[in-house]
Design a protein around this ligand. Structure first.
Ligand code: TXE
Length: 486
């Protein structure tokens, strides 16, 4: 059985208390590894290692920090196949998806922030003082010191690197806690750091339960900033804990994203985009489009084609090359999704396809698979259309006007993402202006430029990641004002 240890002070270390958790393969339902269940002693060691490393790391020229990030990216690329397989086994996602998206994107994150380290600039503002000379304000942007990065299970290495890379680029040392549900690729990344000789203590990875080591990390007084991606309830708990300590917080939380289809869209492109937005990664992406709203004149044609496409998706062993959907991440999560489908039925929803756990013959017979599920006949205010399900479950509903579509799209407590499909350019701009979402895609979905701010409005989070936003988050601005010619 594999053993995933902590990476502290440049070395793989077992948990001080010798407590371990089981790690499961979603496709088989069987435990395949054991994971360090860390406690306060492990956290103390990680924080001490990070504090020791900070003076040298923060004093390095930015180009040298960039060099380390690029070396890590090289190593991720060199171990592409092993990481892809580990991510697929650990998470249940199709191997092909991990190969196409997750692992290349992890390397891209590291490279992007290697570049950002050398391109990050601070501001200068000249002031006139009305004939009494002037003043120059310049802003120093200094790293916080030791920061915490807490990442979720849906895109394990992709989101782990998305957090640690800007933190390190900006000169911080990091204590990172990956999800205990999918720790494999972060554990391999710890080994990569050791192999490339990253200076000890610059990055520390502590594994374990959210309520245990995760909560302790949020409470630790030496950790000045926390970047978190995960569920909205967990984000609220982290905010409650960290706010009285005045920690800097970046929270990227859930979504209940609309896909708006207008009658004048490019039908095939919209259909393909809506199917991908609904079911990629088994619907376990915060940016997935789970509420599909279709202009009434197109509704029946679109619905029938969408259902046909959903039925044609292959659900199966994620390690096989031709599957579209693998397993959902855990048994409790599978049960949560199935309960949400049952609620949809009780609310009067008609299940057009799917709705059940799927049994896959062979090695995956006990795996946690769910059929792609399409539901219609539900109003916008029911639980199915309000709560994040985070699985392969979508609702379809018609709308009769642009105003109705926008009101429905905005009528949830989340505001993370939306996609709009129409050939009318003016309409697209008008709707983008009105939608309450941090990311809006027009005639596309999930097209990401790493320079743009990423994050949500309303209960989808606080703060933004991406580009220089993350560099700004991971630095403390200090203004210096110099007056001359008084
Ligand atoms: O995530 P958690 P869960 C949504 C999705 C899902 C729901 C719950 O709807 O069904 O959230 O998922 C750590 N202090 N998303 O419960 O618990 C935890 O160990 C510090 C959206 O599995 O939020 C893990 O590392 N840390 C999402 C991380 O937080 C704590 C991605 C996320 O886990 C902690 C995943 C605590 N008290 C789920 N409790 C997205 N936005 O992409 C837990 N953690």
């Amino acid at each position: 059985m594999n053993t995933f240890k902590n990476y502290i002070g440049g070395q793989q270390q077992p948990p001080a208390g010798d407590h371990w958790l089981d790690v499961f393969e979603p496709a088989t339902g069987a435990a395949y590894a054991r994971l360090a269940d860390s406690g306060e002693a492990d956290l103390a060691a990680a924080v001490a290692a990070a504090e020791d490393a900070f003076p040298n790391w923060s004093a390095l020229p930015a180009a040298e920090r960039a060099h380390w990030l690029n070396r890590l990216a090289d190593a991720v690329e060199a171990q592409h196949d092993a990481l892809v397989r580990a991510e697929s086994i650990d998470n249940g996602k199709p191997l092909a998806l991990a190969a196409r998206v997750d692992i290349p994107r992890a390397a891209a994150n590291l490279r992007f922030y290697a570049g950002a380290a050398t391109q990050f600039a601070s501001e200068s503002h000249a002031m006139g003082l009305g004939g009494k000379g002037g003043a120059i304000n310049y802003t120093l942007r200094q790293p916080h010191g030791v920061v915490g990065c807490i990442s979720p299970w849906n895109l394990p290495l992709y989101l782990f690197t998305w957090k640690i890379a800007p933190a390190l680029a900006a000169g911080n040392c990091v204590v990172a806690k990956p999800s205990e549900v999918t720790p494999a690729t972060a554990a391999l990344f710890g080994q990569i750091c050791e192999d490339v000789g990253l200076p000890p203590g610059v990055l520390n990875i502590v594994h374990g339960r959210g309520a245990g080591i995760g909560q302790a990390l949020v409470e630790h007084p030496a950790i000045g900033a926390i970047s978190f991606t995960g569920g909205t309830a967990t984000g609220a708990n982290i905010a409650r804990t960290a706010a009285p300590m005045f920690k800097k917080l970046s929270l990227e939380l859930g979504g209940k994203n609309p896909t708006l289809i207008f009658a004048d869209c490019d039908f095939d492109a919209a259909l393909d985009g809506a199917v991908k937005a609904a079911f990629t990664n088994q619907g376990e992406i915060c940016l997935c489009g789970s509420r599909i709203l279709v202009e009434d004149s197109l509704y029946e044609r679109f619905r029938d084609a969408f259902v046909e496409h959903a039925r044609a998706l292959k659900v199966g062993d994620p390690l096989e090359s031709d599957v579209d959907l693998g397993a959902v991440v855990s048994e409790p999560h599978m049960n949560k999704i199935l309960a949400a489908i049952q609620t949809a039925g009780e609310e009067g929803g008609r299940i057009l396809t799917g709705g059940n756990r799927k049994r896959i013959d062979g090695r995956c017979i006990d795996g946690w698979f769910i059929e792609p599920t399409v539901i219609e006949g539900l109003g916008p205010d029911c639980r199915t259309n309000q709560d994040e399900i985070f699985g392969p479950v979508v609702t379809l509903a018609p709308f009769s006007s642009e105003d109705e579509a926008v009101a429905c799209a905005n009528g949830v407590r989340y505001g993370l993402a939306a996609s709009v499909w129409s050939r009318d350019v003016s309409r697209c701009h008008r709707i983008a202006d009105k939608l309450e979402a941090g990311l809006i895609w027009i005639n596309c979905w999930m097209l990401r430029d790493l320079r743009v701010p990423m994050g949500g409005m309303k209960q989808s989070g606080a703060g933004r990641e991406g580009g220089f936003e993350a560099m700004r988050f991971f630095t403390e601005p200090k203004n210096v004002c110099i007056q001359y010619d008084r």
